[in-house]
Design a protein around this ligand. Structure first.
Ligand code: NAP
Length: 229
């Protein structure tokens, strides 16, 4: 299956794992939208105004898929120590407004039966105490709600999924001691961390899932823990 894919966040933990999986498909062409572009990447900081993002994609040919993986890391320094509302601003600018602007800028380049995947969080609508829990729930709950409505707006035009992992061992998770990681895992729904490759495998599968049969779904990636709908 030939797939032309645009993706933000490929330099992150999940993004790198996805890039490795995409490389296993000789007929997939993956293009990075990056704020720190490598040679072949498209310069793309999701906090830029929409016209600048559209300009970055002006010469972009048609693609089959858009992955919006970019997210603000409010758990690692320097944002970890920022005031609550500053961390909220960062999540708003990157995860929420950034995702929406990415979709708006890329949509004119998306094939008629294209697919868009957004990133949520498995605890977003269930609640998680603590400032980080509140903040991620705000941002990722909004992304999930946006994704469901976007799916309806694009019905018959494109498929939309929201991938919602539990905690994944990317930048912040990797920086923790084994003890801290075990304590945090205990407070998750599944009691375990997900690996970036596990999340990437779900993204890979969603891209190959039959189109038009389902859209607007939140796909939880947390080892099959049963969640209320
Ligand atoms: N890790 C988890 O536990 C977890 C759980 C649930 C959901 N998620 C979501 O999954 C997605 C990927 O997570 P991750 O853990 O792989 O994240 P990560 O390792 O922190 O990487 C974040 C990615 O977003 C990019 N990014 C940040 N700000 C950007 C901006 N202004 N413009 C363009 N790109 C920007 C980063 O680029 P730079 O390299 O330039 O900084 C990086 O590629 C995020 O949306 C995250 O919220 C993660």
């Amino acid at each position: 299956m030939r797939l032309r894919i645009l993706a933000t966040g490929l330099s992150g933990g999940i993004g790198k794992a996805f890039e490795a999986r995409a490389a296993q498909h000789p007929d997939w062409a993956l293009k990075a939208l990056s704020r720190h572009p490598r040679a072949d990447d498209i310069p793309f900081d999701v906090t830029w105004p929409l016209p600048r993002l559209e300009e970055s994609l002006a010469s972009q040919a048609t693609v089959d898929a858009l992955l919006c993986l970019a997210g603000a890391d409010i758990l690692s320094p320097p944002l970890r120590h920022a005031p609550y509302l500053e961390r909220l601003d960062a999540l708003y600018a990157v995860d929420l407004a950034g995702t929406i602007k990415t979709v708006k800028a890329a949509l004119p380049h998306l094939a008629e039966d294209g697919i868009i995947i957004l990133m949520g969080w498995d605890m977003a609508t269930l609640g998680k105490g603590g400032e980080a829990g509140e903040l991620y729930a705000l941002a990722k709950g909004a992304v999930a709600s946006y994704g469901k409505s976007l799916a309806l707006s694009l019905l018959g035009r494109a498929t939309v999924y929201v991938a919602a992992p539990g905690w994944v061992t990317t930048r912040w998770g990797e920086s923790l001691s084994g003890e801290a990681r075990a304590r945090i895992a205990h407070g998750t729904r599944s009691g375990a961390w997900q690996t970036p490759d596990e999340v990437a495998s779900v993204l890979e599968a969603l891209l190959q899932f039959p189109r038009t049969l389902s859209t607007g779904q939140i796909i939880y990636v947390n080892r099959g823990d049963v969640l209320p709908s």
